[in-house]
Design a protein around this ligand. Sequence first.
Ligand code: SF4
Length: 275
Amino acid sequence: MSNFRYRSWLPKYDFRYILNRIRSGNDTRNALSKEFESNDIRGKIDFHNFVYIRKTVTMKYKLDKPVTGSIGTEKYQCTIEWRNGKFIADEPVSGDGKDLGPDPYTLLLSSVASCALITLRMYIDRKNWDIPVIKVNTNLYQETVNEITTTIIDRDIIFGDSVTDDQKVKLKEIADFCPISKILENNIKLRTFVYKTGETKTIKYGNEEISVLWKPEFCQHSTRCWKQLPQVFNPSVKKWIDPTAAPAERIQEQVRRCPSGALEFNYNQTAVVKP
Ligand code: SF4
C-alpha cells in the first residue's frame, strides 16, 4: 500500500482509519473499492488511481457545548456564555451601546487573530524555533462591486527580530492554514432556527422498559442515526424509531452521537442520558 496517497483535503484520521482497516485484514481491497461507510467516514476508495474520494461528511459540531447569547432591554448588552464562563458583548457608544465589551465585528476578528496565534505557537514550539512573541493586528473593510459585497479581512502578523526570511514564508503558510482561516475561505452556510420558550415538541417511542425521545424541531437531519443504526432509526416508516430493535446500550451510544440534541434515551423511566 506504499503508493496509496491521500489528497490534502482528506483528513488524516480518515486515511489512517482506512489503512488500519486494510492492514488488520478487516477489509479486502475488493470490499474497499466499493462505497466505504463506517462511523463518520463515508466515501469511495478508488484503487485505480490509489485515492480515497470522500463523498459526504456527516455533521458533527465543533463545540460540545454551544455558545449561548442572551439580551434583555438594556442597550445593547449581550451576555455570551461559553463552556468555561461568560462575557459581555456590546456596541460602541457611536452605535448607541456602552462599549462594555467587544462588538460583533471585534469578536469575529478576535477569532481570526487568536486562531492564527495559537496555530503559529503550536508550529513554532514543535520546530523549537526561538520566537518568543507573536502579535497579530487584524481589521476588515467591505467593498461593493456590481452589487456584490466582498468583505476583506487583513491580518498582519508581527514576529520579533529573531525570525528569518525563510521562517516568515513558512509561518505565513501555517497562519493561512489555521482552522478559522479555512472556515472563512471555504463555503459557509448560516442556518437559523426559531423557537418559542417551551415550544419544543417531543415524541416518545418505546415500551415499558426503555424509550427514545425525539425532538423534531432540534433534528437537523444529519442522517447520522439512521445511517449508523438503521434497524432502530428508519425514516421511511411513520413510527421511525424502534427502540426494541437493538440492545439498549447500543441505542444509548447512538443517541449520544446525535449532533443536535434531538434525541434522548430513557431507561425504565429513571435514567436520562442526554446526548
Ligand atoms: S435525530 Fe439526531 S442523528 Fe438523527 S437525523 Fe436528527 S440530528 Fe441526525
